[in-house]
Design a protein around this ligand. Structure first.
Ligand code: SF4
Ligand code: ZN
Length: 297
């Protein structure tokens, strides 16, 4: 690992990775010992490795999987299979939500009928369903497997667009809020994608190696390629980029006011507007389907 000037064998690598994760958890006060954690799992390396590690550290965990209704190349069925067999292997509960049941159609159809980008609809649905599941299950913390590549790509994109709103709030921890949204944490935020893959592989985790078919059009993938080239030429660059941003984040927070949250008039989930974006998207998809004579939901 050139960025750390370290060469480790299998057992020391696993030890190093787990110690480093525990340090991030402590540094950002991500989890208190009595808190129950819901891990959002997709069947991929990051989320299963995170679940494996947190359960191994002794935290009380429950998994949450969203069946997105993406049939291309068997993506949804393959990912669900991986998530379910992993949950069985570690003997932990897995909660499953199905987008088709919740929204009336799968993510690709909703994207078409609402004229929104697939990943944008997908992200919106995931946030809503994860928040709701965390509240329903009575957990304190919602953990996602976002790694350093995800964090720096998102930071890079927000900087290119000078999106001050996002630059003011991107963080390894988002605190719980008064209207019920649970604390959100990203314990792998300091590991590159390769480092997480290595940990998953060495720990014997059977994860889905197939990418979502829609990821090829995601802008973040292009940002990741650019950042990887820079990291190759200057090892440790991603970590510095992210660290210095966190140190200077106050610059972007000075002008910001937090929008007041209240329950959505339809679903009751916290929102800053009368009807939340999730409910509006579902409504728009249903209207479109009725007009086209192909009712959903
Ligand atoms: Fe969803 Fe896009 Fe990720 Fe696929 S690539 S899981 S559509 S956000
Ligand atoms: Zn709503």
């Amino acid at each position: 690992m050139p960025a750390h000037r370290l060469s480790l064998c299998k057992s020391h690598y696993i030890q190093w990775f787990e110690t480093y994760t525990r340090r991030a958890i402590d540094k950002f006060e991500m989890i208190q010992t009595h808190e129950k954690v819901m891990v959002a799992v997709s069947g991929g390396k990051d989320s299963l490795a995170l679940w494996h590690l947190l359960a191994g550290l002794g935290y009380e965990t429950v998994g949450f999987y969203i069946e997105l209704g993406i049939p291309d190349q068997g993506y949804s069925s393959n990912s669900q299979l991986k998530a379910q067999s992993f949950a069985e292997k570690i003997g932990q509960k897995l909660v499953i939500a199905r987008v088709e049941e919740e929204m009336g159609a799968g993510i690709p159809e909703i994207s078409k009928s609402t004229y929104r980008k697939t990943c944008s609809v997908c992200g919106l649905s995931k946030r809503h369903l994860m928040n709701r599941a965390a509240m329903d299950e009575g957990v304190d913390v919602l953990a996602t497997g976002h790694n350093l590549d995800d964090e720096t790509a998102s930071l890079f994109g927000n900087m290119i667009n000078w999106d001050i709103g996002y630059l003011g709030k991107q963080s390894p921890v988002l605190a719980e809020n008064a209207v019920g949204l649970r604390k959100k944490i990203k314990p792998f935020c300091y590991f590159t994608e390769k480092q997480v893959a290595m940990y998953a592989l060495l720990s014997g985790i059977d994860y889905l190696q197939q990418d979502c078919p829609h990821s090829v059009t995601a802008t973040s993938l292009r940002y990741k390629e650019i950042l990887n080239q820079m990291e190759h030429q200057s090892p440790g660059m991603k970590r510095r980029f992210f660290d210095r941003y966190l140190q200077n984040q106050g610059l972007f927070q000075a002008e910001q006011t937090q929008p007041e949250l209240r329950p959505c008039a339809r679903c009751g989930m916290p929102t800053s507007i009368e009807v939340c974006s999730y409910c509006k998207t579902v409504e728009r998809a249903k209207c479109h389907s009725r007009e086209s004579g192909n009712p959903v939901g």
